[in-house]
Each structure stands twice: as structure tokens, then as C-alpha cells.
Ligand binder design. Structure first.
Ligand SMILES: [Zn+2]
Length: 109
């Protein structure tokens, strides 16, 4: 199961923040309000072949993408096979804490 990814907006200066922080790095306000991250576009995608301890078996190698959110922040997210650079996505949080980029229907471009 996944839920929409939450990011924070500073009430003092409207800076969008991800990951979460205790205070805004721009103005110092601790008044941060969570909201859904919304949509973004995939800038780049890479496949992990190794992790500490050795090679990752082919077929289970995770694909990670850099997603530029429309609201400002950039987020690294796990990508399914149909997500490529230029894909419009929304970000979700999986039960294991991973951020998942899910392609929006017919919105590649
Ligand atoms: Zn601020």
C-alpha cells in the first residue's frame, strides 16, 4: 500500500522543503505545514547494479529517478520500468518508507 508523499511548506516564506526539517533553512521559521507533494517530471533515471556486499541480481536492480516537483523541490524516487526521463509522475510513500514515482496516464512529454 502507498500513500501520497508529504512535503512541507514554510509558513514564513513559502519555501517548499523535502526532506522534512525542524526549521526552514531560508528564514528560520519552525512553522512548517505538510501537504501532498503533487506532480512532477522525471529528470533522469539510473539503475543500481551494486550495493555494499556485491552485485544486485539482474531482474531485481532498483531504478532510481530524480523528480523535479512542480512545487519546487527535487526528490529521488524508486521508478517502475515505464518511468523514463520526461515522464509526468506523482510521488507516493510505500510501507517500507521508499518514495515511489508513479507515472500519470498519457502525460509523458
Ligand atoms: Zn521560511
Amino acid at each position: 500500500m502507498t500513500v501520497p508523499l508529504q512535503i512541507d511548506r514554510c509558513a514564513g516564506c513559502s519555501t517548499q522543503l523535502f526532506p522534512r526539517r525542524l526549521a526552514c533553512p531560508v528564514c528560520g521559521s519552525a512553522d512548517l505545514q505538510s501537504h501532498e507533494a503533487g506532480e512532477g517530471v522525471v529528470v533522469s533515471v539510473t539503475t543500481l547494479h551494486r550495493r555494499p556486499g556485491g552485485l544486485i541480481p539482474e531482474g531485481s536492480r532498483p531504478r532510481l529517478g530524480l523528480v523535479a516537483l512542480d512545487s519546487g523541490p527535487s526528490v529521488i524516487a524508486r521508478c517502475e520500468a515505464d518511468v523514463v526521463p520526461g515522464t509526468r509522475v506523482e510521488l507516493e510513500r510505500a510501507d517500507d518508507g521508499a518514495v515511489i514515482a508513479a507515472a500519470l496516464g498519457d502525460s509523458r512529454g
